[in-house]
Design a protein around this ligand. Structure first.
Ligand code: ZN
Length: 444
């Protein structure tokens, strides 16, 4: 088994979608990919490796090898965002002798696990420079500067039965002590600006920053990703949903693109990796999967609309997003005949109401890919009396009209601040996605 260390490093270095895109871009750059500015007068060469970004939080990478109209695209999609606590614009509130960071819940976060954690702060800060220009800065304060303490059980004897969380009242994170008399506005306003200016001065020597103009920051757990379990068979980490899939997709793209063409074999396929922000809040944004980003890139590669239509008829998307493994302490919440296990391979997600875009054709193709590489594969449907989640799969399928498969590795504790996945599964997912990129009998 290959080392887990690169995945753990990727997880630790990617506290926000902005960091995910920066880290994926750096990896792609090292693998020979060139950044293309969507606003530039650029025409695609007949072959090559390049990537595009939007908002610094979504990325589409392309390894172009063959005429798109005849050979189509093999697309892998995943999302860069995870549920979290985002810092409000006027972020500091002071009361009772404490300065606190006011936060807004992003996505469907499981809130209880955010209490009693050592919290760092990361994201994007937009600043004004000494030259009067506006600039975006990545920021990561990778030390525990904030903490949301639980209420002691002595003050709430019913806490273990039914403690409710009021998001406005109970989630502000403690930052520091201030004078007991400190009123909200006058003392509070400069605190965050001072923290950000000091950190940016340390992290961005290339810029002379005169003012913080705006920020998109979120809290995150400083505890590092690590293997856990008696035999280290699991990974415990923040943001496994869905950075594990982003990482596996990136690995598959780089590995498939590094293969030397075989003599007398058809040319390598056109590989696409689409990593979108804003999945956790429905994908409707300029950079999200419901926006025009991926379609605009494919249109650009194809040139005329007829070519794009023809290309999409020969294309397929695999949307990779983690699935619910069976929780051994809550087995009745899972469909009895579809109970995926960690370290038993990726899961094909099926939902007849198109919450997942899988159909028999795309599921069969994935089974063939897994069989070809001796990889295990599982299937999930939710209980008929429970609601089903969704992914970027059906959204992208709806936008592009491309046949689509939804898969993901099984995990536990989805949307907690710290989730659990199988240590083997990143390798099987990566190998399966690479197998999809390299499947020889195509178009089908
Ligand atoms: Zn997800």
């Amino acid at each position: 088994m290959t080392s887990l260390a690169p995945l753990l490093r990727f997880l630790n270095d990617s506290p926000t979608p902005f960091h995910v895109v920066a880290n994926v871009a750096a990896r792609l750059h090292a693998a020979g990919y060139t950044a293309v500015d969507e606003g530039a007068a650029w025409s695609p060469p007949p072959s090559g490796k390049f990537y595009f970004t939007r908002n610094g939080s979504s990325l589409v990478a392309v390894n172009l090898n063959a005429a798109a109209a005849e050979h189509g695209f093999r697309l892998v999609g995943a999302h860069t965002d995870s549920p979290c606590l985002k810092v409000k614009p006027t972020a500091i509130a002071c009361n009772h002798g404490y300065a606190k960071l006011a936060v807004e819940v992003y996505g469907g976060a499981l809130l209880n696990p955010w209490f009693d954690r050592d919290l760092g702060l990361a994201g994007r800060v937009t600043v004004q420079t000494a030259r009067g220009a506006q600039a975006n800065c990545l920021l990561n304060i990778n030390r525990p500067i904030a903490f949301i303490p639980s209420l002691a059980i002595h003050l709430d004897r019913q806490a273990n039965d039914h403690r409710a969380i009021n998001q406005q009242q109970h989630l502000p994170a403690l930052l520091c002590r201030v004078a007991k008399t400190a009123a909200a506005a006058d003392t509070a306003a400069p605190i965050l600006a001072e923290i950000l200016m000091a950190e940016l001065a340390r992290q961005r020597h290339d810029l002379e920053i005169t003012q913080i103009l705006a920020h998109e920051l979120s809290l995150y757990d400083c505890q590092l990703a690590q293997p856990v379990g008696l035999h280290n068979e699991f990974i415990a980490a923040a943001r496994l949903d869905n950075l594990l899939s982003c990482y596996a997709g990136m690995q598959a793209l780089v590995a498939a693109g590094a293969r030397a063409p075989q003599r007398n074999s058809p040319p390598p396929a056109n590989h696409v990796l689409a990593l979108n922000d804003h999945e956790e809040i429905g994908s409707a944004s300029a950079a999200g999967a419901a926006g025009p980003f991926l379609q605009a890139v494919l249109q650009r590669l194809c040139g005329d609309p007829i070519c794009l239509t023809r290309a999409l008829r020969h294309s397929m998307l695999i949307s990779a997003d983690n699935a619910h493994g069976v929780h051994p302490n809550y087995p009745t919440l899972h469909e009895p005949n579809h109970q995926p296990l960690m370290n038993a391979g990726p899961v094909i997600k099926v939902n007849s109401n198109q919450r997942y875009a899988t159909n028999s054709e795309t599921a069969a193709l994935f089974r063939r890919v897994c069989a070809r590489h001796n990889l295990p594969v599982q299937t999930i449907v939710v209980r008929s009396d429970m609601a089903c989640g969704s992914t970027i799969g059906p959204i992208t399928a709806t936008k592009l009209g491309v046949r689509t498969l939804d898969i993901g590795v099984p995990q536990l504790g989805m949307h907690s601040i710290r989730e659990l996945a199988g240590a083997q599964d990143q390798h099987t997912l990566s190998a399966a996605l690479q197998g999809f990129y390299e499947l020889p009998d195509w178009p089908f």
